[in-house]
Ligand binder design. Structure first.
Ligand SMILES: Cc1cc2nc3c(=O)[nH]c(=O)nc-3n(C[C@H](O)[C@H](O)[C@H](O)COP(=O)(O)OP(=O)(O)OC[C@H]3O[C@@H](n4cnc5c(N)ncnc54)[C@H](O)[C@@H]3O)c2cc1C
Length: 360
C-alpha cells in the first residue's frame, strides 16, 4: 500500500487547506472525507476578512455578497447601524466554499477520496491530521481533544420575496442579549438570507424557539425557513491537547471556534497554516504552542465578552453600541487586530469596560 507524508481526515475548510498547504510544499497527501462533495454544512457562511486573509486560496469566485453594513440590535428593539470603511465579511454558502477549496487542494496534487472513511489507528502515513469537525472521531482515536466543551447552533434559509432584498443588502444583522450564551443573525446571500441562532449547549431544547423569535422579529413565519439544520460548536478550553507524536487536530476537531462570535473559519485557516508548518518541520510538538500563541489572546477576550453579555446584558449593550467599540470590532473583523488587547488609545476604553463587567 502506498505511504503518504500525511493523511488528512475530513475535507472541510480546515482539512482542505491543510492538505493544500502540504501539497504546495511538495508533500504527498491523501485526504479522505466520508461525504461526497458538494455537500452542505450547517453554517452562516460568513467569511470575515480576517479569515479571508488567512485562506491560502482566494474565495472570490464563490462569494455572493460583500458586507459593509453591520446592524446590532438589542432584544429585537434598540439598534445601531455601523458602516464599515470597506467590506468586513464576504458571504458564501458552505456547499460552494467547501467544494471550491477541495478542488483547489486536488489541483495542488492532493489525492482526494470522497465517500470514504479511514481508521485513524491504521493510516498509511507518518502523520494523521484530524479535520473531521465537531462530530469527528479522529481526536479520540489519537487520544486528543479531551477538554473540548460545546455550544449549539441552528439555522435555515429564506428566499428574497419572503423578505425584502433591500432591507438586507450588504448587511449582517446581529441580534444580541435574548439568547443565553449566544445571539441571532440574519446574513445576506445571493438569492436568500440565512437566519440562525447560537447558544450554550444547555439551550438545545429551546433552540427552535430562539430561532422562531428571530424570524418573528424580521416579519417571518418560522415555517417559511428551508434547509433547517443544527450543529455543535466545539470550544477548546486552555490546555486541551491537540497534538501528539502521531498527529494533530485542526479547525472544529480541535475545538477552535471563537466562543463569542461562533466563527470558526478564521481558526480553520490559521490552524491549517500552523499544522502544515509543524508537519513540514517534522516537529508536531510545536503545533499546540503556535495555535495557543495565535488564538489564546483573542479567545480569552471572547470568553470575557460572552460573560459580560450574559451577566450584564443591558450595560454591555450600552457599551457595545458605541462608536468607540465599533472601531475595535471593525479592525478585528478586518484582521488588523489579532486580539482586542492590541487596540491602543481611547478606543481601549469600551474594551476595558466590558472586561470589568465580565469580572463583576
Ligand atoms: C450554525 C452554524 C453557523 C456558523 N456560522 C459561521 C460563520 O458564519 N462564519 C464562520 O467563520 N464560522 C461559522 N461557523 C463555524 C464553522 O461552520 C466551523 O468552524 C467550520 O465548519 C469548521 O470547519 P472544519 O473543516 O473544521 O469542519 P467541517 O466543516 O465540519 O468539516 C468536517 C469534514 O469532516 C468529514 N468527516 C467527519 N467525520 C469523518 C470521518 N470519520 N471520516 C472522514 N470524513 C469525516 C465531514 O464529512 C466534513 O466534510 C458556524 C457554525 C455553525 C454550527
Amino acid at each position: 500500500m502506498k505511504r503518504y507524508d500525511a493523511v488528512v481526515v475530513g475535507g472541510g475548510p480546515a482539512g482542505s487547506t491543510t492538505a493544500w498547504r502540504l501539497a504546495d510544499a511538495g508533500a504527498s497527501v491523501l485526504l479522505v472525507d466520508k461525504a461526497r462533495f458538494p455537500r452542505d454544512k450547517p453554517c452562516g457562511g460568513g467569511l470575515t476578512i480576517r479569515a479571508v486573509r488567512q485562506c491560502p486560496v482566494d474565495p472570490s469566485p464563490i462569494v455572493e455578497e460583500e458586507v459593509d453594513l453591520v446592524e446590532l440590535r438589542f432584544r429585537y428593539g434598540d439598534s445601531v447601524l455601523r458602516h464599515a470603511r470597506t467590506p468586513v465579511i464576504r458571504m458564501t454558502q458552505r456547499r460552494r466554499l467547501d467544494a471550491f477549496l477541495l478542488d483547489a487542494a486536488r489541483e495542488k496534487g492532493v489525492e482526494v477520496r470522497e465517500g470514504t472513511t479511514i481508521d485513524a489507528a491504521d493510516v498509511p502515513a507518518d502523520v494523521v491530521v484530524g479535520a473531521d469537525g465537531a462530530n469527528g472521531t479522529t481526536a479520540r482515536a489519537l487520544g486528543l481533544g479531551a477538554g473540548i466543551v460545546h455550544g449549539v447552533a441552528y439555522e435555515g434559509n429564506v428566499g428574497y420575496g419572503a423578505v425584502d432584498r433591500a432591507r438586507y443588502d450588504r448587511r449582517a444583522v446581529v441580534e444580541l442579549a435574548d439568547i443565553p450564551g449566544g445571539y441571532g443573525w440574519v446574513f445576506a446571500k445571493g438569492d436568500h438570507v440565512n437566519i440562525g441562532v447560537g447558544a450554550w449547549q444547555s439551550e438545545g431544547p429551546r433552540i427552535r424557539e430562539h430561532l422562531a423569535r428571530v424570524c418573528e422579529a424580521h416579519g417571518l413565519d418560522p415555517s417559511q425557513l428551508e434547509n433547517l439544520r443544527g450543529h455543535r460548536l466545539p470550544l477548546r478550553r486552555p490546555g486541551t491537547r491537540i497534538a501528539n507524536e502521531r498527529g494533530l487536530l485542526v479547525g472544529d476537531a480541535a475545538g477552535l471556534i471563537d466562543p463569542v462570535s461562533g466563527d470558526g473559519m478564521y481558526e480553520c485557516f490559521l490552524s491549517s497554516r500552523y499544522a502544515a508548518e509543524a508537519i513540514l518541520a517534522g516537529d508536531l510538538a510545536s503545533y499546540e504552542g503556535a495555535v495557543e500563541t495565535a488564538l489564546a489572546p483573542l479567545h480569552r477576550a471572547s470568553w470575557k465578552l460572552k460573560r459580560a453579555l450574559d451577566r450584564w446584558p443591558r450595560t454591555s449593550w450600552r457599551v457595545a453600541r458605541t462608536e468607540l467599540l465599533w472601531r475595535s470590532v471593525e479592525r478585528l473583523l478586518l484582521g488588523d487586530l489579532s486580539a482586542p488587547g492590541e487596540q491602543h488609545g481611547v478606543a481601549r476604553i469600551p474594551l476595558r469596560a466590558l472586561e470589568l463587567l465580565s469580572r463583576t
